[in-house]
Design a protein around this ligand. Structure first.
Ligand code: EPS
Length: 381
């Protein structure tokens, strides 16, 4: 399973090609559009989200809602393109000057991108480095979710920290799944929800931005995805790499994560039990459902930290990349906190990785063969 995305933030469309989805999978397009809409939500999002109503346009690889085993090509149109066509169209004369950006924003790809690709105009960088690209990745992940749902694998996520406000409690999957969708900041605790909104509001009033931490929980992943034997087939390292590739993500931890450092082995490891009713099971899940790079069958629990958005309305010191003179960084229309949106992106990015590992283990060109392989394995377990 693999995919590629293309598209600029204010270009005509975001596109992706997903290859490796088996044939005879029923795709409900409304489920994919729902994921795209979830990604657009969240207190702290900017004005752009009022313009866009992201919807998937499936160009190939599916006939009458059923996959045919061919690469699936998708498109998400940028509505804002109407306002940007004369600056962004791919061919013909364009107006570069009016939208030229030369004062790099610290923390964005602006400086490194312009120097590396030899640009005098940072717009060539920021258009592609923009987190708008995650809309294409959510659409890809949502197709993977459709596949995984046939095996009862389910995803949820919630925000556990914004700025200095941090939730310490843990919650059950079903509770998070229900409550997070009702909250503007994907927060399942009503008191913290208010505190999160307050933090974001205060930040915005002060021309500043905020980051935070979100948690993803994946349930019903069978024991045995990934490998202890091959460094490049470990489930946790692959999930980390894909999560770290989401714009703004600076760290990933599994289970109780960095807290492990202060605890003894006797406390950290998840003891193993057996009963006739439950089979093999654990009473704790400190390692977050992965041991030796392989899924244990427990819930996979991952936390990611997202840095504050680099575009600041009270800009930081920077330089003009062409004159090298000192200036304040430029201001682009932007979000001031996108942690809730990033948690939705992360769910879908994980869905791609889980689907990939699932297909590696239970491989087949069509749904029937994969279901047979899966059932045989589960029976042996
Ligand atoms: C967007 C993510 C952010 C938005 C963007 C849409 O991108 P960036 O990483 O560049 O800050 O602010 O919207 C705009 C670029 C705009 O014109 O407002 C997204 O997730 O769709």
């Amino acid at each position: 399973l693999r995919y590629l995305t293309s598209g600029e933030s204010h270009g005509k469309s975001l596109v992706a090609i997903l290859e490796g989805i088996p044939s005879n999978l029923n795709i409900d397009i409304e489920n994919i559009n729902k994921e795209l809409s979830r990604r657009q939500q969240g207190y702290g999002r900017g004005e752009r989200m009022k313009i866009e109503k992201d919807k998937i346009n499936i160009l190939s690889g599916i006939r009458g809602n059923i996959t045919i085993g061919s690469p699936i090509a998708i498109e998400i149109k940028n509505k804002d393109y109407e306002n940007w066509e004369k600056y962004m169209k791919t061919t013909g004369e364009i107006d570069i000057q009016s939208k030229k950006v030369t004062k790099a924003r610290p923390g964005h790809a602006d400086l490194v991108g312009a120097l590396k690709y030899d640009f005098e105009d940072i717009r060539n960088v920021l258009e592609r480095a923009s987190a708008r690209e995650t809309a294409a990745r959510v659409a890809v992940g949502a197709i993977c979710k459709e596949f995984l749902s046939k095996f009862n694998i389910d995803f949820t996520s919630h925000v556990v920290q914004i700025g200095k406000q941090k939730i310490q409690k843990s919650f059950f999957f079903d509770y998070i799944k229900e409550k997070s969708e009702l909250s503007q900041v994907r927060c399942v605790d009503e008191n913290f929800e208010k505190l999160f909104i307050e933090e974001i509001k205060k930040g915005k009033e002060e021309g500043d931005s905020l980051g935070g931490v979100f948690e993803i929980i994946i349930k019903n992943v069978p024991l045995g995805l990934g490998s202890y034997a091959h460094y490049d087939k470990k489930l946790d390292s692959t999930l980390s790499a894909h999560l770290m590739s989401i714009q703004g993500i600076k760290g990933v931890e599994f289970g109780i994560g960095f807290e492990i450092a202060s605890l003894r082995g006797s406390v950290v490891q998840d003891e193993i039990y057996y009963s006739d009713e439950e089979g093999i099971y654990r009473k704790t899940n400190n390692l977050g459902g992965i041991e030796g790079g392989v899924s244990t069958g427990e819930e996979i629990i991952i936390r990611c930290v997202m840095k504050p958005i680099p575009t600041l309305y009270k800009p930081l010191n920077s330089i003009d990349i062409n004159t090298l003179k000192n200036y304040k960084a430029s201001i682009e229309r932007s979000d001031n906190c996108a942690v809730p949106a990033a948690s939705v992106v992360a769910e879908n990015v994980c869905a791609f990785v889980i689907a990939k590992f699932f297909l590696d283990k239970f491989s087949g060109d069509n749904m029937n063969d994969i279901i047979t392989n899966y059932k045989n394995y589960i029976e042996r377990l």
